[in-house]
Design a protein around this ligand. Sequence first.
Ligand code: CTP
Length: 240
Amino acid sequence: MKKYNIFAGNFGSGKTEISVNTALFGAKKKSLEGKHFIVTAGATIEPIDPVRFISNHSSGKMGYAVAEALAARGAKVTLVSGRTSLECPQGVEKVDVLSAEQMYEACNAVFEQTDGAVMCAAVADYTPQTVADEKLKKGDGDMSIALKRTKDIAASLGEKKGSRVLVGFAMETQNERENAQSKLERKNFDFIVLNSLRTEGAGFRGDTNVVTLIDMKGAEELPLMSKRDVAERIVDKIES
Ligand code: CTP
């Protein structure tokens, strides 16, 4: 950061020194001041017993970048976070959850007071029917675990969204456009961010992503870019 000293005044008066912080010139305008968004991020964890669980590879990077980008534009952000190893971005309020059920409760508790939600979390679609109180001991044969469906958090918000903005993600490995389009409609999203695991530079752990933004009017393919830049583009689209 550079500091310039600017001298202001008029003839005959003493000099007034104003120190101008040039970092402020680069700061984004606070275009979302007064707005409140939920961002879900990371992987949910569905316990099997006290030592084991079902989860997925989500790192939470995309969701945390979206939360950071919204906060940088002045929005209040409630980051409902499953498991990640990331630090909470500055100015963001984080609610830690483990299971899909807990994420559902946390989102539904605040959604009505918000202006919208960005659903970046990788939520388990199934959870064990029962959670064992004690560590399960192995037997000689194979075993299977009975699973039941979790609640669809995005769809539940979609049902009561009114004029709020609702943004979804779709991580696909085949029939990408078709699947994303169907999720857009089914969950009542304003737009959906499609990433394909088949594309190099896209996906879970890396710092880059290749996404297509799809709404009811069409699709916009973005080139390979950092997750932070993807987050900025998502927030631009929310604003527009
Ligand atoms: N989502 C959610 N709650 C769930 C499942 C998904 O809120 N129980 C959200 C995700 O955060 C994402 C969108 O819905 O924004 C699509 O998630 P995805 O896992 O791709 O789709 P599913 O609906 O789970 O469909 P499928 O597993 O059949 O692809």
